[in-house]
Ligand binder design. Structure first.
Ligand code: PMV
Length: 322
């Protein structure tokens, strides 16, 4: 029995589109920040008395038809380790209740770490990130803390994550504004596929995102929040432009998302460096300095209550709890 903890991550340079659907090889490299506030604890026990894998999420048994990706990751671990038994998997998501934030990144990273160790494998971070990738692309990056790059690669061996700056000794954080608690209507998988197939701008996304990645690594090494924020915001909006330009068009924005963007623009006009990013849902993450958070919260307060605002700082990579 092994228990592992992994934190979620938010991409600053987004992964949007798959080259290989089965192996989850992305169309572009991406880069993220791992966050301390949101994480998943997962315990894996291989047991000869089990006749199938069974998966409990927050103490509730998940129906078999919704566990195919978990079983897929466990099958990969069994094939690598020679473990023959089925597994009991118990996960607890420490993401504020119904926050509407994706937990697949922390979930599959914790699963990869706990399952490999329970099966007797002792893998390095790079190999773990390749296994996490097979559950959910973004999980690749949650193996490591701080700023993490997922190298696109072209095969299972060459598509993996690598830490860029694990210990962050400068002032950067993310303020998440929760505007929607329900599950997303269009999954990231469906949204990516539609964008790749139908957006006339997809090729421009690929070429310009490579440039964004090079520039953001420079900003990280310079510890330059303004440059990092500007690149992150424009990269996120280019990703969302792919959904708007898909056919049929779709969007992850809602009215509140736009309202928050307006607030961020006016905060910047008042001299506060803050920037927005969004993923496959309407919640907005504001990249800013922790020292500016009280001012940002007070500006947002006419429209957003304090229970909609969650502050997250840079978080660490996978750890074992036993
Ligand atoms: O790994 P998935 O299927 O949850 O997709 C993640 C997609 C984005 O969150 C929008 C971007 C990213 O790189 O995390």
């Amino acid at each position: 029995m092994t228990t592992a903890r992994a934190h979620t991550n938010i991409a600053l340079i987004k992964y949007w589109g798959k080259l290989d659907e089965a192996l989850i090889i992305p169309q572009n490299s991406s880069l993220s920040l791992t966050l301390d506030h949101f994480y998943t604890d997962t315990t894996v026990t291989f047991d000869e008395n089990l006749t199938a894998d069974s998966f409990y999420l927050d103490k509730k048994l998940v129906p078999r038809q919704r566990t195919s990706r978990t079983t897929h990751v466990l099958d990969i671990v069994r094939a690598q380790s020679g473990e023959k038994r089925f597994a009991l998997v118990k996960s607890t998501n420490h993401v504020p209740t119904s926050a509407g934030l994706a937990s697949s990144a922390s979930g599959f990273a914790a699963l990869a770490a706990a399952a490999t160790k329970a099966a007797g494998l002792n893998l390095d971070g790079k190999s773990l990130s390749r296994i996490a990738r097979r559950g959910s692309g973004s999980a690749t990056r949650s193996i490591f803390g701080g700023f993490v790059e997922w190298h696109q690669g072209h095969s299972d061996e060459t598509s993996y994550a690598e830490p860029i700056q694990e210990v962050i000794d400068w002032d950067i954080c993310m303020l998440t504004v929760i505007v929607e608690k329900k599950r997303k209507k269009i999954s990231s998988r469906a949204g990516m596929n539609s964008s790749v197939r139908t957006s006339p701008y997809y090729d421009s996304w690929l070429s310009s995102t490579g440039k964004d990645l090079t520039e953001i690594k420079q900003a990280i090494s310079n510890k330059d929040l303004v440059q990092l924020g500007e690149i992150s915001e424009r990269n996120a909006m280019k990703m969302h432009a792919l959904t708007l330009s898909a056919s049929p068009s779709f969007t992850y924005f809602n009215g509140d998302s736009i309202k928050i963007m307006d607030y961020v623009h006016s905060l910047r006009a008042k001299g506060i460096p803050c920037y927005y990013t969004m993923d496959a849902g309407p919640n907005v993450k504001i990249i800013c300095r922790q020292s500016d958070v009280p001012r940002i919260i007070s500006e947002l307060s006419p429209d957003f209550s304090s229970d909609q605002l969650i502050l997250a700082k840079p978080g660490s990579g996978v750890t074992y709890l036993d």
